[in-house]
Design a protein around this ligand. Structure first.
Ligand SMILES: *[C@@H]1O[C@H](CO)[C@@H](O)[C@H](O)[C@H]1NC(C)=O
Ligand SMILES: *[C@@H]1O[C@H](CO)[C@@H](O)[C@H](O)[C@H]1NC(C)=O
Length: 339
């Protein structure tokens, strides 16, 4: 009897869950489609920004890229043009310095002129740069530059765009690019990780605030990206940081661009493009919305066991480097300097 009851229960629950899944699959979820949308991509002349601009163009969006270097912009625009899907697509590039608040606003204004003064339907903030180094070798100026190139370079555009959404009572989409180093940090990233953590705070605030204008906010947390920026930061990266990172391979920008678009299409707030970022996402979730409660618990479980072990191995690598670090500082005349 008990046995039969148990069987009946499993059949019942199986049927119910099948029905639920079928119902869920049939539910018409309206996914965001970039086709015909005006997409604005900062940092769009190289790396992730360029890959994203190309991918959006390939999906039929109108794309405007903004970056500083005109030569790289021209090259990037040619690449974007090569992916044009139809003659109506408006594809443009603008050179502005996005670490400046007025220029950030002016860039949005200039881009909107190509669209009858309509602002972008979606703003993708991919601009940013890292200059790794030891904290004790930084100064006030380099620390401020670090915040400029991580936080302000995205926050100023977000501000100008949000004001526009509120003034025009219109809806939009705002997508930030943080980093795995916006979830955690390690030796060498004292001028990078703080700004990337700050972006998480800003995105969380704006997710809550911009629902007033029916607008959505997203933020991606990629690891190292195989890009010109990565090669650039490699030049100042401390040896110990390179050593700790020696096992991870940078991800191709087009892979990340696809993950980013897919995440936005699904409506994910935090976009974690791979297993590792999902582990950090689930382990540092706070009040961030879940994506899949069960899967998130699984990732958090892996993090609960794996992250303390990982941290211990990093700490022991750092400590194993103590003598070499002291010698390095000596060669830099660090001990003689008073500044
Ligand atoms: C947001 O949606 C609400 C409800 O559909 C609507 O009344 C309001 O006008 C919309 N506001 C904006 C800024 O789109
Ligand atoms: C970064 O620098 C290290 C050490 O100089 C080198 O082995 C590595 O190939 C470099 N990687 C890139 C992407 O430039």
């Amino acid at each position: 009897m008990l046995h039969i009851l148990g069987l009946g229960n499993s059949v019942l629950s199986l049927t119910l869950s099948t029905l639920l899944i079928a119902f869920w699959a049939m539910w018409p979820t309206k996914k965001w489609d970039p086709r015909g949308q005006f997409c604005y991509v900062t940092g769009g002349s190289s790396g992730l920004g360029l890959a994203l601009a190309v991918a959006l163009t390939g999906r039929g969006a109108h794309v405007t890229i903004v970056a500083r270097n005109e030569e790289r912009l021209a090259k990037a625009l040619a690449e974007i043009e090569a992916n044009r899907q139809n003659p109506n697509q408006i594809l443009r590039s603008y050179s502005y310095s996005l670490t400046d608040p007025e220029a950030s606003q002016a860039a949005l204004g200039a881009a909107s002129e190509d669209h009858d003064h309509k602002y972008p339907d979606a703003v993708f903030l991919c601009a940013g740069a890292a200059t790794p180094g030891f904290f004790v070798e930084e100064d006030a100026k380099s620390m401020q530059k670090g915040m400029d190139n991580t936080y302000w370079i995205q926050a100023y555009t977000a501000l100008a765009y949000a004001k526009h959404l509120a003034r025009k009572q219109t809806q939009g989409k705002l997508v930030f690019t943080s980093s795995l180093l916006g979830y955690m940090s390690l030796i060498g990233y004292s001028t990078y990780a703080p700004g990337k953590h700050a972006l998480r705070g800003l995105a969380e605030t704006l997710r809550s605030e911009l629902i007033l204008y029916n607008s959505s906010v997203h933020i991606m947390f990629p690891g190292n990206i195989d890009s010109p920026g990565y090669e650039e930061e490699n030049r100042t990266k401390p040896k110990i940081t390179l050593e700790i990172e020696s096992t991870d391979r940078p991800t191709a920008p087009d892979v990340l661009a696809k993950e980013l678009i897919d995440g936005v299409r699904r409506g994910d707030f935090h976009i974690a493009p791979d297993m590792l970022s999902n582990i950090f996402r689930s382990s540092t979730m706070g009040a961030t919305p879940h994506q899949n409660v069960l899967l998130d618990a699984f990732y958090a479980g892996i993090g609960w066991i794996g992250l303390p072990l990982w941290r211990r191995s990093v700490d022991s690598k750092v400590l194993g480097h103590r003598e070499e670090h002291k010698e390095y500082l000596q060669t830099r005349d660090f001990f003689k300097s008073t500044a």
